[in-house]
Design a protein around this ligand. Structure first.
Ligand SMILES: NC(=O)C1=CN([C@@H]2O[C@H](COP(=O)(O)OP(=O)(O)OC[C@H]3O[C@@H](n4cnc5c(N)ncnc54)[C@H](O)[C@@H]3O)[C@@H](O)[C@H]2O)[C@@H](O)CC1
Ligand SMILES: Nc1ncnc2c1ncn2[C@@H]1O[C@H](COP(=O)(O)OP(=O)(O)OP(=O)(O)O)[C@@H](O)[C@H]1O
Ligand SMILES: [Mg+2]
Length: 368
């Protein structure tokens, strides 16, 4: 039985789980990989991460409540304008994956703010993206130029800031100290303008060392993978990750950073803003190719923006950042499952991106 639930309530939860997993196309895979769906589904709710309850989220209902209809009266931009701050000499794939995923899910405009070295490369991946070559790494500039370059970066970003529905900070950003300093300034501006921020990859490296950048900002979403989560727990809670107390620790971490939203990625994704923990556990894919977290970050930005629009219309009773995380996690996992069906061991991040549209369409058809 699910801890804290009566047998009748546990049975209802189980039926609901069955329904959700069928909708999300995960049932067959669950059987393939565990051969005992009932066991997996019910036990998972208290064994995947113990130390307090976490309930599987109703991702299908959430997706249907926040995904906007394609209304002919709407103009460009109303379905979302996102910007990715990331991309350096080393990493050009990660910001591209995040930015193109946002477009593939239905955002109208997707920008990338990256280093000069990365910009031409990212532009060449896709003409759909608007790429700003404004960041600099220490190796490419002199010390005496740093002040003026830092000011120029903020000036460029300021021109656009108010127009963005959400920023994604960190995919492929790298860890150059000067560059991270400039990105800290961008984050401060975003906060002043009340622009939501999804912090991923090297953005989480920055935030682990400078938590004040997001502390107490309810529009910040952190999406740590296993390494990034470990660093956050060590820096913020001064202890090691303890999965025996997983939910409690996640709640403490979110509270410890002043109520930001955290999406802890893993076999199940766990999501909290410090109040309660929701889980998304539908089966995705057994491939762990690099870049799936980047898709997730771009997707959270879109769904979070849509959830905020629904919230403005008074349609929601839940924190839009939480809804955005649940929706993105479910859609990524479904897309990964669709891609894996076709490509098996050779499934790559770009294959999953190609399945994002179908993944959403099967839950929220354009013409229902
Ligand atoms: N195709 C691409 O361009 C991709 C780029 N990615 C980017 O790669 C970067 C790293 O992401 P990962 O998921 O690998 O990050 P992780 O933190 O999971 O792993 C990074 C590894 O590098 C080590 N490391 C390197 N420099 C370090 C430093 N200065 N301090 C501490 N540890 C250091 C860590 O110990 C760790 O083992 C991010 O910017 C991420 O967005 C990934 O998203 C995967 C795809
Ligand atoms: N063991 C797993 N089983 C199923 N899904 C997983 C597993 N591990 C991660 N995922 C899913 O894959 C997505 C990306 O998570 P991952 O931990 O790979 O991120 P990441 O390391 O940041 O990726 P990236 O390579 O883009 O930086 C998340 O939605 C997560 O739920
Ligand atoms: Mg990552």
């Amino acid at each position: 039985m699910v801890r804290g639930f009566s047998p009748a309530a546990a049975a209802a939860v189980f039926r609901r789980q069955n329904f959700l997993i069928r909708c999300l196309g995960g049932y067959r895979k669950e059987k393939n990989y565990s051969n005992n769906f009932h066991h997996h589904c019910v036990i998972r709710m208290h064994s995947a991460m113990s130390g307090g309850p976490s309930l599987e989220a109703d991702a299908v209902s959430i997706l249907r409540s926040i995904t906007p209809t394609l209304d002919p009266t709407r103009h460009k931009g109303q379905a979302g304008k996102v910007a990715v701050i990331g991309g350096c000499r080393e990493y050009t794939g990660a910001p591209y994956f995040s930015a193109i995923s946002a477009l593939k899910l239905g955002a109208d405009v997707s920008h990338v703010f990256c280093t000069k070295d990365a910009a031409t490369v990212i532009k060449s991946y896709s003409p759909e993206l608007i790429v700003h070559p404004i960041l600099e790494e220490s190796y490419s500039i002199r010390n005496d130029e740093k002040g003026s370059i830092s000011a120029k970066v903020i000036e460029e970003v300021d021109k656009w800031m108010e127009r963005f529905d959400c920023l994604v900070i960190g995919p492929g950003l790298g860890r150059d100290p000067f560059l991270l300093d400039c990105v800290s300034n961008i984050m401060k501006r975003a906060r002043e303008s009340n622009v939501p921020m999804v912090i991923d990859g090297d953005g989480l490296f920055l935030v682990s060392n400078s938590p004040d950048l997001v502390r107490g900002y309810p529009l910040a979403v952190l999406t740590p993978n296993v390494n990034e989560y470990k660093r956050l727990v060590q820096k913020i809670l001064n202890c090691e990750v303890n999965d025996e107390e997983g939910s409690k620790q996640l709640l403490a971490l979110a509270k410890g950073i002043g109520g930001v939203t955290i999406l802890r990625k893993g076999k199940s994704d766990f999501i909290t803003d410090g109040e309660k923990v929701s889980a998304v556990s539908i089966y995705g894919s057994p491939r762990r190719c690099g870049g799936q977290g980047d898709i997730l970050a771009g997707s959270v930005a879109v769904f979070l923006s849509w959830a905020r629009q629904s919230a403005y219309r008074g349609e929601l009773g839940t924190n839009p950042t939480i809804l955005g995380c649940i929706a993105a996690s479910a859609i990524l996992r479904k897309a990964a499952s669709l891609a894996f069906d076709q490509k098996k061991r050779s499934t790559l991040t770009s294959d999953i991106i190609e399945c994002l549209g179908r993944s959403l369409e099967e839950i929220c058809p354009v013409i229902s």
